[in-house]
Design a protein around this ligand. Structure first.
Ligand code: SAH
Length: 360
């Protein structure tokens, strides 16, 4: 039994079964054993690969979008460029490289990374050591300095913990993590039902709720309404709220049992974009999309960018560019292609004009 499993088992033995939300938070963010807190999970040798690690084109186009968002916000002389969950820092490095071409942008912004993991902060520090702007870190978006903000979040919201409610004959009950007779972690259900949930559904149906995602979205939206700016969210998920369980555990590019080795696998859930849009709308923010990642990247000109990179490329590099373009914008094979599974949504100040990537 690994150290985190022992710790969780002891907590359950002492306090009783814990919510899935608490279990997920501990697996990802436990200060000593949490998945993100101790390691670099990205890339071919890690557990999964993300769009900025697939190709520089992704971060470059987001950089163009960020500078355009700043311009459409009225080119404020003092603004923030904020990234949530920056991973290895690759996306921000690509963003800052292309941002040089936007007159006034780099002079106007200060750069802030929202990261809870000390291990990843160190990697981000190295990646951004020679960036065009100094960078500062916060563990919470609420601790970033005030002012108009351009914010980017790629694969951040899927890492926030979810709750599950399961329909039983007596009503909806919350899914809990408990111990079986042998002392192993098992899923179970709360004895209490949730009278506030009045959603008709068949027995066995599951409702997945990310309270943390909705809370963070609400806080960001309120800030954007007050201070101006825009947030771009890119993640795998669904455009309409629906019943079902999307919790998944991934280690070394394969699905694993989420209870088997807590802290050793990435635990995520698909993002409920409709719920995020409602949370943002409730604060008075404007919501654009979600559109598919394919739609967004093609509209921002990823094909032109690929062609111009290929002019200077070796044959192997040219093939890598073609493969990356296919991976980022293809839609046929959901195991390989990110174009349809991944969605893009923007949340902005209500006066922001329509933005590139979201024209339908
Ligand atoms: N955007 C990156 C990494 C995605 S992985 C990429 O596309 O490659 C998720 C990132 O969010 C990691 O950097 C992780 O440490 C961070 N993270 C997860 N939950 C967080 C939280 N609650 N607060 C701050 N950062 C968090």
């Amino acid at each position: 039994m690994n150290a985190l499993k022992q710790e969780i088992a002891a907590m359950i033995a002492h306090d009783g079964p814990m919510t899935l939300e608490r279990y997920m938070s501990l697996c990802l963010g436990h200060p000593r054993h949490g998945y993100y807190m101790t390691r670099d999970p990205f890339g071919a040798g890690g557990d999964f690969i993300t769009a900025p690690e697939i190709s520089q084109m992704f971060g470059e186009l987001l950089g163009v979008w960020a500078t355009e968002a700043w311009r459409l916000a009225g080119s404020p002389a003092s603004a923030r460029l904020i990234e949530l969950g920056p991973g290895r820092g690759t996306l921000m490095a690509d963003v800052l490289r292309v941002a040089r071409i936007a007159p006034g942008f780099l002079e106007a912004v200060s750069v802030h990374l929202v990261e809870m993991s000390p291990a990843l902060r160190r990697i981000q520090e190295q990646t951004l050591a020679r960036a065009a702007k100094p960078v500062s870190w916060s563990a919470d978006v609420n601790d970033t300095p005030p002012g108009p903000a351009i914010m980017l979040a790629n694969e951040f919201f899927d890492a926030l913990p979810v709750r599950h409610y399961v329909k039983t004959i007596t009503g909806w009950r919350e899914r809990l993590v408990g111990l079986d007779a042998a002392g192993e972690l098992v899923f179970g259900l709360s004895h209490q039902t949730e009278p506030s949930l009045q959603i008709p559904a068949r027995e066995g149906s599951i409702i997945e709720v990310s309270a943390a995602a909705q809370r963070i979205m609400g806080e960001i939206a309120a800030r954007l309404v007050q201070e101006g700016g825009a947030l771009l969210v890119i993640d795998y998920g669904y455009a309409e709220t629906s019943l079902g369980d999307s919790l998944q555990a991934v280690a070394r590019h394969a699905y694993v049992d989420p209870l088997a080795e807590p802290g050793e696998a990435d635990l995520t859930a698909h993002v409920d974009f409709a719920a995020l849009a409602r949370a943002a709308g409730a604060e008075g923010a404007k919501v654009l999309g979600p559109v598919t990642q394919a739609h967004f990247l093609l509209q921002l000109g990823i094909e032109r960018r690929a062609q111009s990179l290929m002019k200077k490329a070796t044959p192997e590099q040219a093939q890598a560019i073609v493969d990356a373009l296919d991976r980022l914008t293809g839609v046929k094979d959901p195991r390989r292609h990110m174009g349809a599974l991944f969605k893009v949504m923007a949340v902005t100040h209500p006066d922001m004009p329509d933005m590139p990537g979201f024209v339908v």
